[in-house]
Design a protein around this ligand. Structure first.
Ligand code: G4P
Length: 305
C-alpha cells in the first residue's frame, strides 16, 4: 500500500467526513487489533460528536488473542460497543449488525416516542488507510443487500446500502489520516506496513522490532530464527549483533562474506507482517501496559510462535 498524506488531502477528508456525519446515526470505526490506539485517530471523537460509536478490532486473526480481549474491555469501559472482526475471512462480521442495533437502541427508542417507526439507522465506516475498511464493507454487505440510491433530503450522489430492515450503510468509507506526532505511534504504523515503505529505513525499523520482540516476545524471535537472546534489548548497539546473527542464519551475505543486514531486516519485517512470527500485538492497554514495563512481570513466556 503506497500513500502519503498532504495537508490538502487531510483537509478534504475531514470536510467530507464532517458532511457525512450529518447524515448518519452511528459511526463504525475500524482499528487494527495489533495496534488499536496507534491506528485510531483521536480527532474522530470530535468529528463524531454525540453519534453512537462502534469499534471493530479488525485483523484480530493477526493479533495476540490475550490482548485483543483486554483491548475489547478497554474500549467497552470507555462506552464504545466493540466487536472482534476478521474481515478477510468474514469472521465476526455477522454480529456487527446486532452491535449496531444495540448501539442505536436509545435513538430507536427516541424515534419511537416521536412516532417515527421503522426508520433504519444509518451507519458509516471510518478508519485510517489499510485498516481494512473496503474488505469489511464487502464482507458486511455481502450479496443480500440492495443499493438504495439518492433519497429526498439527502445530499445528491450519496449511495446507501440497505443491510437489513433496520440498518443502512453509507457505501463509501470515511478516511481518517494516521496521526503520528508521537514517534512510537509512527513506528508501530510502520511495523504493520501502514506507512509508505519507501520513506522508511528498513534496518532501523527491523532493529526497533527486534528491541520490542526481545522484550515482549523473545520466543517468537528465538524459535523462528534459532538464535539466542540472552536478555531484553534496549538500544541499537545491542541490537545490530542480533540482526547480524539473523543474516547469517538466513544466508544473507554480502560479497566478502559479511552479513547483509539490510536483507535480513527486510526478511524480519516481512515475516512479522505475514504472521510467520506468530500472532503478536504491538501495544497494550492499561493496566497491562504498566505491568509489562516492569521487569519480571512480563507474560511473554506464554506466547506460542
Ligand atoms: P482500507 O480500505 O482500509 O484501505 O483497507 P483494505 O480493505 O484495502 O485492506 C487492506 C489490507 O488488509 C488488504 O490486504 C486486506 O486483505 C487486509 N485485511 C483486511 N481485513 C483483514 C483482516 O481482518 N485480517 C487480515 N488478515 N487481513 C485483512 P492486501 O494485502 O492489501 O490485499 P489482499 O492481497 O489481501 O487482497
Amino acid at each position: 500500500m503506497q500513500y502519503q498524506w498532504y495537508p490538502g488531502h487531510m483537509a478534504k477528508a475531514k470536510r467530507m467526513m464532517q458532511e457525512d456525519m450529518k447524515l448518519i446515526d452511528v459511526v463504525i470505526e475500524l482499528v487494527d487489533a495489533r495496534i488499536p490506539l496507534s491506528s485510531k485517530n483521536p480527532d474522530i471523537d470530535t468529528l463524531a460528536g454525540n453519534k453512537s460509536r462502534v469499534i471493530l478490532l479488525n485483523k484480530y486473526d493477526m493479533a495476540d488473542q490475550r490482548f485483543t480481549t483486554a483491548w475489547k474491555e478497554y474500549f467497552e469501559a470507555k462506552g464504545y460497543f466493540v466487536a472482534l472482526v476478521n474481515s478477510k475471512a468474514g469472521n465476526g462480521v455477522k454480529q456487527v449488525k446486532d452491535i449496531v442495533n444495540k448501539a442505536c437502541e436509545a435513538k430507536i427508542e427516541r424515534d419511537r416516542k416521536k412516532g417515527i417507526l421503522n426508520r433504519p439507522v444509518r451507519a458509516m465506516v471510518v478508519g485510517i488507510p489499510n485498516v481494512g475498511k473496503s474488505t469489511f464493507i464487502n464482507s458486511f454487505v455481502g450479496k443480500a443487500s440492495t443499493k438504495t440510491g439518492n433519497k429526498p433530503g439527502v445530499t445528491k450522489g450519496k449511495q446507501w446500502i440497505r443491510l437489513s430492515k433496520t440498518i443502512e450503510l453509507l457505501d463509501t468509507p470515511g478516511i481518517l489520516w494516521p496521526k503520528f506526532e508521537d514517534q512510537s505511534v509512527g513506528l508501530r504504523l510502520a511495523m504493520i506496513g501502514s506507512i509508505n515503505d519507501n520513506i522508511i529505513n528498513t534496518t532501523d525499523l527491523a532493529m526497533e522490532l527486534i528491541i520490542f520482540l526481545s522484550n515482549f516476545y523473545p520466543k517468537a524471535l528465538m524459535n523462528r530464527y534459532e538464535i539466542d537472546l540472552p536478555e531484553a534489548l534496549k538500544g541499537q548497539k545491542e541490537t545490530m549483533p542480533v540482526l547480524e546473527k539473523l543474516a547469517f542464519k538466513r544466508s544473507c551475505l554480502l560479497k566478502g562474506g559479511e552479513p547483509d543486514t539490510e536483507k535480513a531486516a527486510a526478511i524480519l519485517i516481512d515475516d512479522f507482517r505475514s504472521i510467520r512470527l506468530g500472532n503478536l500485538t504491538l501495544e497494550f492497554p492499561e493496566p497491562i501496559a504498566k505491568e509489562m514495563s516492569e521487569p519480571k512481570t512480563i507474560v511473554k513466556d506464554d506466547h506460542k510462535a
